[in-house]
Ligand binder design. Structure first.
Ligand SMILES: [Zn+2]
Length: 477
């Protein structure tokens, strides 16, 4: 604020005063002026998902919906993002997050390594790693955090800290022995061994089982043991390496941290499910009372903002993608609205003079919004010209506004939708091509930006250029 006042003040005629002004500007720009990046990623949140979620949220609020704004709909800067991987027209989350966190596009399925590395090539991966934004930030003494509703070893959060020729090498059990013999570590082991700075300061998500040995029972679901076949308990190792670290799997303890007047002095890890966290639509039924994406974002920022040098925080709504793969638009949309709530929290609680908020998706899905539904027609409903009057397809059958190009929603014989509640949470939208899992889609996604350097998000951009936008905020040396 002082910097602003100095630059706006008029009438400095004395050279000495000018010198003092320049010195203060330099001082404020380097030492005490925090530069923060909060990077939100909706996994699989293509543009049709944003539009449908906007209508869904608006209708839940009692409006027609189409005119409603999600939090990031109100951001001042926007770009279209080309998402392809170096070897794939339609990408996956590993190649795309690598592009964003390292500045280089790479192959489908690999993490934090350049495009010379083929899938499963451990030796190649060891010599072709790419530094990530989180590693660079840690190196400079900044604070870093990752938050995800997916497993914390899943592709997107792993993009902050892991380097692997296969995104599926999440624990020792899924990493080939030959690769381990060559020196390739599984992704969970890489998380706790992060050697830059003091490692990640905030780690909130799912995926405890990747950190626990098969000999150990899960604390929330005793019948589900850990996955590790090397006997290691990485949660205990992470805690033992630094006395100022705290871990929880319980929602109550998380709430204690969140509601305390002061941040916790030290690093926090919360792993709230053995695998992925619950969908937002199912979260209230979780026995461990897992937190919302918004609350995880809030506690992460509370923790990271203690560092005067600034912070990098990656927040993933990881399960929009999973719901789409199940052809289940309801949960994809409710998780997108949960992401919007988290973004709104950030907008309301951080200083945009010193923070960049960037919201994007890694790739799209095949969901489409079609037919000619009337204004305000329920987004999960059948297409109607007025309430109770469905439009019919060429065979005389009603159809839904939302459908998928492929996936498990395929039906040889389409059911009579006038007898089915297509708005029910478990309803699977129709898929044209039968597939066990609906697929990603290859059209551009959007990137929305507000705050520091947001104006650099514009036009049609290669996905890896989002790295530059964040780098220029974080690394100002
Ligand atoms: Zn996916």
């Amino acid at each position: 604020m002082i910097k602003r006042r100095l630059t706006m003040e008029k009438g400095f005629t004395c050279a000495l005063v000018r010198l003092v002004t320049i010195a203060s500007l330099l001082l404020f720009n380097s030492a005490s002026y925090a530069k923060n990046v909060i990077f939100f990623l909706g996994d699989g949140m293509g543009i049709s998902t944003v539009t449908a979620a906007r209508i869904f949220a608006g209708q839940a609020a009692g409006a027609t919906g189409e005119e409603y704004d999600l939090a990031f709909d109100q951001f001042p800067h926007l770009a279209l993002i080309k998402t392809y991987n170096t070897d794939a027209q339609v990408p996956d989350s590993a190649g795309t997050i690598t592009a964003i966190t390292t500045g280089e596009k790479t192959r489908i399925g690999v993490l934090g390594v350049n495009s010379s590395v083929e899938r499963d090539d451990c030796a190649g991966a060891l010599t072709n790693t790419l530094p990530t934004l989180a590693e660079l930030a840690e190196q400079r003494g900044m604070s870093t955090g990752i938050v995800s509703t997916a497993r914390i070893t899943h592709a997107t959060p792993a993009g902050a800290y892991a380097h692997s020729p296969n995104r599926n090498w999440e624990s020792s059990a899924s990493t080939p022995d030959e690769a381990e013999a060559l020196g390739c570590r599984d992704i969970a082991a890489q998380l706790i061994a992060m050697s830059y700075g003091d490692g990640l300061d905030v780690i909130f998500g799912g995926g405890r089982r990747e950190f626990m040995p098969i000999e150990a029972d899960d604390p929330e679901y005793p019948s589900r043991p850990g996955l590790r076949d090397d006997g290691r308990n990485l949660i205990e190792e992470w805690l033992a390496a630094n006395s100022k670290r705290q871990y929880t799997w319980r929602g109550e303890e998380f709430v204690d941290w969140l509601s305390a007047a002061d941040p916790v002095d030290g690093q926090l890890m919360g792993l709230f499910e053995p695998s992925h966290m619950k969908y937002e639509a199912d979260r209230q039924r979780d026995p461990g009372k897992e937190p919302s994406l918004k609350d995880m974002t809030a506690l992460a920022v509370k923790q990271l903002a203690q560092n005067e040098k600034g912070y990098f925080l990656l927040v993933e709504a990881g399960r929009i993608d999973h719901a789409h793969h199940f052809s289940n638009a309801y949960r994809a949309l409710t998780d997108t609205v949960a992401l919007s709530d988290a973004v709104q929290w950030a907008v309301d609680n951080v200083d945009l003079e010193e923070t960049l908020i960037l919201v994007t998706a890694d790739h799209s899905h095949t969901m489409t919004i079609s037919g000619y539904p009337r204004r305000g027609n329920p987004i999960l409903g059948t297409v109607e010209t007025e309430p109770g009057k469905p439009l019919l397809d060429a065979t005389g059958a009603p159809y839904t506004t939302l459908s998928y190009a492929n996936g498990p929603g395929y039906k040889k014989q389409r059911p009579n939708l006038s007898l089915i509640d297509t708005k029910a949470p478990d309803y699977q939208q129709l898929g044209t091509v039968p597939m066990p899992a609906e697929t990603h889609a290859g059209e551009d996604v959007a990137a929305f930006a507000a705050g520091q350097n947001a104006g650099a998000v514009r036009g049609v951009m290669e996905q890896n250029r989002l790295y530059d936008v964040m780098y220029d905020v974080l690394i100002n040396d």
